[in-house]
Design a protein around this ligand. Structure first.
Ligand SMILES: [Zn+2]
Length: 380
């Protein structure tokens, strides 16, 4: 991960970079900050920077062999420990983080801001508790005692030190006297849940909540959300980027549901239900309506990719695919153009204060002939 991809936290990034430049990197650090502050993201960016072969003043180079591997979380000298559970309940084999390594890479590359509950969900823990077991601690000691493969530092990033419980004391000696060029970066959210023995042996880096403006910039530039929508989302996020992502997903899910239902109503016209839909969408507010049209245009684009290039190039989610496949099978060049023009014009008119109820009703009437003349069935 690059420092530039970590949201906000400018002064912390500067502090970490300065510690490398001045050769004052503490061998046992605790990145302590609330959910969504980016404490893990900072740890990943720091690890990448430390082992970069061509460090730049503000970030790692991104092109050296070390960066290439760090970016994919496959660097042989950067290790990860995180809550895990026994693969087979009741078995003698202890819970080890490495059992979940491919999933860890996938989950963290997708969102390094996710919380433990979401991680456990990702690895299908169901009701199983995650922990960092005594066996995991012993495995850490073993791993860090091995020679480095190729880089400046051997690094352990331990995500959520709260999950160490008593077993964490196995690591004390390592925290006190690690071997040369070995770094331990612990990441945690709740100081109260940490072993005092760990707190006293690590240098604490306090990571604050994110500032609203940093979240706002991320939404506008990274996620292409309109400023008005972004302000609403940020207000509900409380400096937590993970919460921002959840809010964003809710908005997207809502657009997807509205759009999906609309096309189905157009396909097998049911006038009362269509009127009901128009009433509903007329009330969601102008910004949300603009969001609906942006979603609709993106959806058309993805359907076109599906039709012309194939499924591998489509970014449609699983639950959008059925409708997407149907569109790709049934729509011709003229249809795509007609729909795109309609959505584009509607977006334009919503922005200029058109009456939403009239606009959505008119739009539905213009869409009807495009959709309903397709003979193949669109089943749920
Ligand atoms: Zn590099």
């Amino acid at each position: 991960m690059f420092f530039k991809d970590v949201i906000g936290q400018q002064s912390i990034k500067q502090k970490l970079i300065r510690s490398v430049r001045e050769g004052r990197v503490s061998h046992a650090q605790l990145f302590l900050g609330p959910e969504g502050s980016g404490n893990l993201a900072l740890a990943l960016a720091f690890a990448q920077y430390l082992n970069c072969e061509n460090r730049q003043p503000e970030d790692s180079c991104g092109t050296c062999m070390s960066c290439v591997k760090s970016l994919k979380l496959i660097h042989p000298d950067i290790h990860y420990s995180y809550p895990a559970f026994k693969l087979k309940a009741g078995s003698e084999n202890p819970a080890l983080s490495s059992d979940f390594l491919p999933l860890w890479r996938e989950a963290i590359l997708e969102n390094p801001y996710r919380n433990v509950a979401e991680w456990l969900d990702f690895i299908n823990a169901e009701n199983k508790q995650g922990n960092i077991s005594a066996a995991e601690c012993r495995s850490i000691i073993h791993t860090l005692s091995l020679k480095t493969y190729e880089s400046a530092y051997k690094i352990l990033v331990l995500w959520r030190a709260e999950y160490l419980l008593k077993e964490g004391n196995i690591l004390l000696k390592l925290l006190e006297e690690p071997s040369e060029k070995t770094l331990l970066i612990l990441v945690a959210e709740n100081r109260d849940q940490l072993l005092s023995t760990i707190l006293s042996r690590t240098q604490i880096l306090s990571v604050p909540r994110l500032q609203d403006n940093d979240l706002l910039q991320a939404l506008i530039h990274k996620h292409e959300v309109s400023e008005a929508d972004a302000i609403k989302i940020v207000r509900k996020s409380d400096g937590n980027y993970n919460e921002t992502l959840r809010q964003l997903k809710n908005t997207e899910d809502n657009n997807q549901e509205l759009f999906n239902r609309w096309l189905r109503l157009l396909f097998s016209p049911d006038t009362p239900l269509l009127y009901q839909w128009v009433d509903e969408v007329a009330k969601i507010g102008r910004e949300a309506q603009k969001g609906f049209f942006r979603y609709a245009l993106e959806f058309l684009h993805e359907c076109l990719m599906l039709q012309h290039i194939g499924a591998h190039q489509s970014r449609l989610h699983e639950d959008e695919r059925k409708l997407g496949d149907w569109m790709a099978r049934n729509m011709g060049a003229g249809d795509w153009q007609a729909m795109a023009d309609l959505f584009d014009q509607s977006h334009y008119h919503i922005e200029r204060n058109a009456h939403p109820k009239i606009l959505f009703l008119n739009l539905s009437l213009q869409m009807l002939p495009i959709i309903s003349r397709k003979k193949l069935s669109l089943t749920a």
